[in-house]
Design a binder for this molecule. Structure first.
Ligand code: SAM
Ligand code: SF4
Length: 587
């Protein structure tokens, strides 16, 4: 039997096997679009993603790629032909979750089921080939920089019973740190980015937000962090490729784009340095930190992050919202703030992790800035963009952190109008400088205590930051409709909410206003985000009862009526509810 898209499928020894042309796949042109066959009867794939937005984007690209080759996606890992985990190594907890999933698939295999198990992403890169020895049920490993090779790996495993180890592994290893511009041009993942499918491939997808990668990898080497090891050297994509991707996403119906990079403000592309034989610009390795201290020389053909933002804003006029994460608190120039002030569709939202408020700990973390510099940066932000919302990350219990140093973090959190902070307990990670240099000497109980204390303090700070919006009119991009009869609703107040909120790695909203907040009955709500990324629950008027779902994906103007630490409540402005419906109907 032949499949029209992906070659021969044949039956052997009682199980479906297939062969595809995946090994021949070469993507050489940004204009290539994978065809998607929604009626595919190809092998079924279960893909679960752990960790950051980069992983979410990687999974989206993998999904598009596999779908174009005839694979179907399923939500049920117990029946899938191929089970893939796109993993995260940032904290031990995330790794443990993935290991336990490997155990579950192992049970399927023990029961005699034919299933391919693949580990993708940072854990594959960090554990390396040794993972195949420790978890013999794992069939293939694919690092985050090699995902374009995944279909070929799956093919190899399916085609050859017990394929050779090297045919089941695609990892960058130390070659990802060869720091020449041309090595970056060879970067595999660029092919996957360029070949992104722009069709709304998810059945029933209402998705109007998308991620666009501008920089891969990281050169900062914070002592606690695995990312520079697992994702490799910092590589910046050519501005024209980024803008082209934004345009095509907007043409496909996207209205909000989030630019992704580990330190987005360090985006810098020098034109003319890396071109292919056809004169097309290629990704290039990022400059060292020193480059950001010196002014750009006259005559240098450089696209800075500020210029990139401005170009996307001006050259993609139908894009309603442009965001970016994660900002590095150092080298965030006034030029970026000026562009944010001048371009109304660039969201005034900055996620800039402080990590600690103690200079000694910041130094031990190799963060490259002091507490004073962080506060000076925040002062510049709030001075130039008074309505800009600020979010961050903090690590508590970094080795040798004393009570007094933790108190400095507390005072930093109190001093900044953070809308939220993601608070993590230090987790020693193999391969990092910190694990070699420091004993993990802050006891677990103390880490927990500091974590909970800081959550409570952040809750107060968040409450204040949110309450400043009451009475204002803002635009909200609606992401979800929640009715009173839905599943159990979490409380909308209290510090425990911070635990429910995912890191910006996830767009998932887990909040709604309480059913009987203030003794008042709450019916159906639309839940979405303001430009400043504030989660907002909008009480929907009965008159829209039949059209609730069509609101998802539209931007509506609302008046903020109440606030809680992590949530705003709003009422729809009657003037725009009709406009919103009309807009969503005309999509
Ligand atoms: N590039 C971003 C930056 O530097 O701000 C952060 C990326 S990291 C994947 C996300 C967050 O995980 C960090 O901001 C940090 O707070 C936390 N993190 C990273 N390594 C950690 C570790 N070993 N233990 C605890 N938290 C960690
Ligand atoms: Fe990790 Fe630091 Fe790079 Fe962020 S900047 S990814 S914390 S090394």
């Amino acid at each position: 039997m032949r499949h029209p898209e992906h070659g021969a499928i044949y039956r052997q020894a009682g199980r479906a096997r297939w062969r595809s042309r995946t090994t021949d796949l070469r993507v050489t042109d940004a204009s290539i679009r994978y065809a998607v066959d929604p009626m595919s009867t190809g092998p079924s794939v279960y893909l679960e993603t752990f960790g950051c937005q980069m992983n979410e984007l990687d999974s989206e690209l993998v999904r598009g790629h596999l779908r174009s080759l005839g694979y179907r996606f399923t939500e049920d890992f117990t029946t899938a032909d191929v089970v893939l985990y796109n993993t995260c190594s940032v904290r031990e907890q995330a790794e443990n979750k993935a290991y336990s999933r490997l155990g579950l698939v192992g049970l399927r295999k023990k029961a005699g089921e034919q299933v391919i198990l693949g580990v993708l992403g940072c854990m594959a890169e960090r554990d390396g080939a040794d993972m195949l020895r420790r978890f013999p049920q794992v069939d293939l490993l694919c690092g985050p920089g090699e995902l374009d090779r995944l279909p070929a790996l799956i093919d190899n495993v399916r085609r050859t019973e017990g394929a050779a180890r090297e045919e089941r592994i695609a990892l960058a290893g130390n070659k990802s740190r060869r720091s020449t511009t041309l090595a970056a041009a060879d970067d595999h993942l660029e092919l996957l980015d360029l070949s992104r499918a722009f069709d709304p491939v998810e059945p029933g997808s209402d998705r109007r937000s998308a991620y666009v990668r501008i920089t891969r990898g990281c050169n900062k080497f914070c002592t606690y962090c695995v990312v520079p090891n697992t994702r490799g050297a910092e590589v910046h994509r050519p501005p024209d490729s980024i803008i082209d991707e934004c345009k095509r996403l907007v043409d496909a119906g996207v209205i909000e784009i989030t630019l992704l990079g580990q330190t987005v403000n360090h985006y810098r592309y020098t034109h003319g340095l890396a071109v292919d034989t056809d004169g097309r610009e290629q990704p290039q390795v990022g400059p060292g930190l020193a480059a950001f201290r010196a002014p750009i020389a006259a005559g240098d053909r450089v696209t800075t992050f500020a210029r990139l933002l401005e170009r996307i804003h001006n050259e993609v006029p139908d894009l309603k919202r442009l965001r970016f994460v994660t900002s590095y608190p150092r080298d965030f120039g006034d030029d970026i703030l000026d562009v944010m002030a001048a371009c109304p569709r660039i969201c005034r939202y900055i996620h800039a992790p402080a990590q600690s408020g103690s200079n000694r700990i910041l130094k031990a973390m190799n963060r490259g800035y002091t507490r004073e510099e962080y506060l000076e940066f925040i002062a510049r932000v709030t001075d130039r963009l008074p309505d800009c919302t600020i979010a961050g990350d903090i690590i508590v219990g970094f080795p040798t952190e004393t009570d007094a140093e933790f108190e400095e973090t507390v005072s930093l959190v109190r001093a900044v109008p953070f809308k939220n902070n993601f608070i993590f307990k230090y987790s020693p990670r193999p391969g990092t400088v910190a694990i070699d240099r420091f004993e993990d000497d802050v006891p677990t109980e103390i880490k927990k205590l500091r974590n909970n204390l800081l959550l409570d303090i952040q809750s107060e700070v968040s409450r204040k930051a949110h309450s400043a919006w009451v009475g204002r009119t803002v635009d909200v991009l609606i992401e979800e409709i929640r009715s009173e009869r839905g599943q159990a609703q979490p409380e909308s107040t209290g510090s425990s909410l911070s635990l429910d909120l995912a890191h910006p790695d996830s767009r998932k909203i887990e909040l709604r206003w309480n059913r009987r907040q203030g003794g008042q009955r709450v019916g159906t709500q639309a839940v979405g985000r303001t430009a400043g990324d504030l989660i907002t629950a909008i009480d929907l008027p009965e008159s829209l009862a039949n059209d609730h779902q069509s609101l998802v994906g539209s931007i509506v103007a609302v008046e903020i009526t109440e606030s809680a630490p992590l949530l705003l409540r709003a009422r729809m402005l009657s003037s725009n509810s009709k406009t919103a419906l009309a807009a969503s109907e005309s999509r």
